[in-house]
Design a protein around this ligand. Structure first.
Ligand code: SAH
Length: 252
């Protein structure tokens, strides 16, 4: 049994209780060294065999998982954030299926949640946006035609761009062509929840120069939308006049 564990977005104490317990029990840990905070390895027991997947191919990762399984060792594959987003997770599960090795998945706090915390923001404000588009600028990994950034931008909703900070020139062109106005609020969140977390607030029109001046190229998310502004409606749920299943409203 291989345990895929979401490490969370950065801070070592943001991993789930279940994930931390598994790290403590593991005989073998394969962690994504490019993005996982190495402080998480402090949860490992003495003598635990540790591999950094940043230097490994998919086949090498699966070979380590396979060897651990054959030796009856407890193996944790530690992914940054939650494995379900840009985690190259499925391809590992498929190879494990082929090898007849069982696995389970322990979710983690994705960096887009860490970024909202850093911004002290809510992505889904009434009368501003009720949807979050999580996407990326096309780079070496192609993006399907129906999901090109320009099309996604046409919705005008809250957007979180992964893996795009080094491609911002092209991304901003697409965001503007899609329909965001240059004064739409935006923010760059670097290393959300890490000790050296940084936030730059700007607009879509000033994203490129903000990133350039900050010198930020990776480990950052770009967030875009009116949720970063001041105007929104209060929720119905907590409106004193609103009646619902658990509370009777007043007319006041
Ligand atoms: N599975 C991860 C994402 C992996 S893709 C998750 O759920 O967060 C790697 C990209 O995620 C980076 O290029 C960057 O855009 C973003 N990222 C990961 N950790 C981050 C963090 N702490 N702060 C800001 N962006 C982060």
């Amino acid at each position: 049994m291989i345990h895929f564990v979401g490490a969370g977005s950065g801070a070592a104490d943001l991993i789930t209780v279940r994930g931390a317990k598994m790290l403590g029990e593991a005989d073998v840990i394969i962690y994504a060294g490019s993005l996982v905070n190495p402080a998480l390895l402090d949860y490992a027991k003495e003598g635990c065999e540790i591999h950094n997947s940043a230097h490994m191919t998919l086949e090498q990762v699966v070979a380590v998982e396979r060897a651990a399984e054959e030796a009856g060792k407890m193996c944790v594959r530690l992914h940054t954030g939650d494995p379900c987003l840009y985690g190259a997770h499925r391809e590992q599960m498929d190879l494990l299926d082929e090898a007849g090795i069982e696995y389970e998945v322990v979710p983690g706090v994705s960096s887009f949640c860490g970024a909202a915390a850093a911004l002290k923001a809510e992505y889904t404000l009434p009368n501003v946006s009720q949807s979050v588009i999580i996407t990326r600028m096309e780079g070496r990994t192609p993006v399907p035609d129906g999901e090109k950034l320009r099309l996604m931008a046409s919705h005008g909703c809250t957007m979180v761009l992964f893996l795009s900070t080094s491609l911002l020139d092209g991304a901003v062109e697409e965001l503007l062509a899609g329909g965001y106005s240059p004064d739409t609020p935006a923010a760059i969140v670097y290393k959300a929840t890490w000790p050296d977390e940084k936030v730059w607030r700007c607009t879509v029109g000033t994203l490129v120069e903000t990133a350039r001046e900050a010198g930020v190229k990776n480990t950052a998310l770009i967030t875009i939308g009116g949720f970063l502004g001041d105007a929104y409606d209060r929720s119905k749920l907590y409106d004193p006049a609103f009646t619902h299943m658990f509370r009777k409203g007043t007319d006041e």
